[in-house]
Design a protein around this ligand. Structure first.
Ligand code: HEM
Length: 393
């Protein structure tokens, strides 16, 4: 008979935000699924269990009518299963094709990155978060969406407010209010360009949605654009900083990748394994099941903690170490199964082929500031929130 879900009640929430990895290790070693009291959630942290879950969407459903994502953003395909999910996924697919990335997004991403680095390259020191990573991720997403006359700061604020609203389990009224204001801003930005994209088919996500074989209702367009704003900005931003951090902290690996540029894609994969920008995402248990010896009752909400699974020593040797030369193993940073990240290839290009290579090529003797260490935070979403650097200007 399967065991009951064990409870861990002595992990402080702040510890999860500052450095979740010791807690992740403890939870992984405790059981396949553990109720983490401070988060009030059952989390799954072992690599093989999450891989198994993602192969079985009939049992572990992404469809959750009670989800805060649905409440804050509306009816999105990301929180649907089967055919309903597939229709939405197919609608946005033209914007994410390899040929679209190569022909349309790659040159735009390079221009955006060049301009940003030009704007500070003479200064000799910046915080890479506001100077490069945040505007790069925001401006690239803006191009992909097909928005006009929205500043990168506004898009970044909308993204953060929507994410906060979707994670507002304590129902803080101010967080809810900000999410609603952001939602209204996104709706207005969509209204401002929808007719243009209907009249002029183009590679943007707005255009793909507007011209989908199975047309999306306006409320679906609104919800799905919000999901993409919530999920497509902070993650490449965090991946840019994490990859840069990994290389700045490991001079031999930095030398290796600069000498052999074909290693950049591997370096990006290792960065998002090491510190996964999305540390956890939810599923709903659709029928009572035994998960590797632990009983999960129908209707239970679980968190798939890919940030922990990507450091599972059962799969990755010396998992806490950033090592671009480690034996090749797939990871879960982009999820798995039907909901595998739609933006994975775009992000691989943006981060691993444009932003971080250009940063290291352009800024001579780039280094962390000895007196001003980077700060990394979060566990559901995790990444550097400040990363001051210097170089020889
Ligand atoms: C390093 C960057 C990124 C990481 C680590 C990442 C990670 C993920 C993960 C873990 C999921 C699965 C979530 C779930 O199943 O609940 C996901 C889904 C998704 N991502 Fe990303 N993401 C990144 C960048 C992007 C970008 C740039 C976009 C769009 C421009 C994007 C669009 C999406 C969409 C639309 C989904 C939902 C897919 C579906 O439900 O079928 N992502 N992402």
């Amino acid at each position: 008979m399967a065991n009951a879900v064990p409870v861990v009640d002595d992990i402080a929430y702040e510890d999860l935000l500052v450095d979740p990895y010791p807690a992740f290790r403890r939870i992984r070693d405790t059981a396949p699924a553990v109720l983490v009291k401070t988060a009030n959630l059952i989390v799954v942290t072992r690599f093989e269990d999450i891989a198994k879950i993602e192969r079985d969407p009939a049992t572990y459903s992404a469809d959750n009518p009670a989800s805060l994502v649905n409440r804050v953003m509306g009816p999105t395909f990301m929180r649907k299963d089967g055919a309903e999910h597939a229709v939405g996924r197919k609608a946005i697919e033209p914007s994410f094709r390899a040929s679209t990335i190569k022909e349309h997004w790659a040159p735009l991403f390079s221009d955006i990155c060049r301009n940003l680095i030009d704007s500070f390259s003479e200064t000799g020191e910046v915080d890479l978060f506001p100077a490069l990573a945040a505007p790069m991720a925001s401006l690239c997403l803006m191009q992909m969406l097909g928005f006009k006359d929205v500043s990168w700061e506004t898009l970044a604020l909308w993204s953060q407010s929507l994410i906060d609203g979707a994670a507002n389990y304590s129902r803080d009224a101010e967080i809810d209010r900000k999410a609603m204001v952001a939602g209204k801003g996104v709706d207005d930005a969509i209204d401002a360009v929808l007719d243009y994209h209907l009249a002029h088919p183009n590679p943007t996500i707005m255009s793909s949605m507007a011209h989908a074989d199975q047309p999306m209702a306006i409320e679906e367009i609104r919800a799905n654009i919000k999901v993409i704003i919530g999920g497509g900005l902070n993650e490449p931003r965090d991946a840019i900083l994490t990859l840069a951090l990994g290389l700045l902290g490991n001079p031999a690996q930095r030398t290796a990748v600069l000498a052999r540029p074909e290693l950049w894609p591997t370096a990006l994969e290792e960065a998002v394994r090491w510190i996964s920008p999305i540390g956890m995402y939810p599923r709903r248990v659709a029928r009572s099941i035994d998960l590797s010896g632990v009983a999960l009752a129908e209707g239970t909400q679980i968190g798939l903690c890919v940030g922990a699974a990507n450091r599972d020593e059962r799969r990755f040797a010396d998992p806490d170490r950033f090592d671009i030369l480690r034996p090749k193993q797939s990871h879960l940073a982009f999820g798995a199964g039907p909901h595998f990240c739609a933006g994975a290839w775009v992000s691989r290009h943006l981060v691993g082929k444009v932003a971080v290579p250009m940063l290291f090529e352009r800024l001579r003797n780039l280094r962390l500031q000895e007196d001003n260490a980077p700060v990394i935070r979060g566990w559901v979403f995790r990444g550097p929130v400040s990363m001051p650097v210097r170089w020889d200007a």
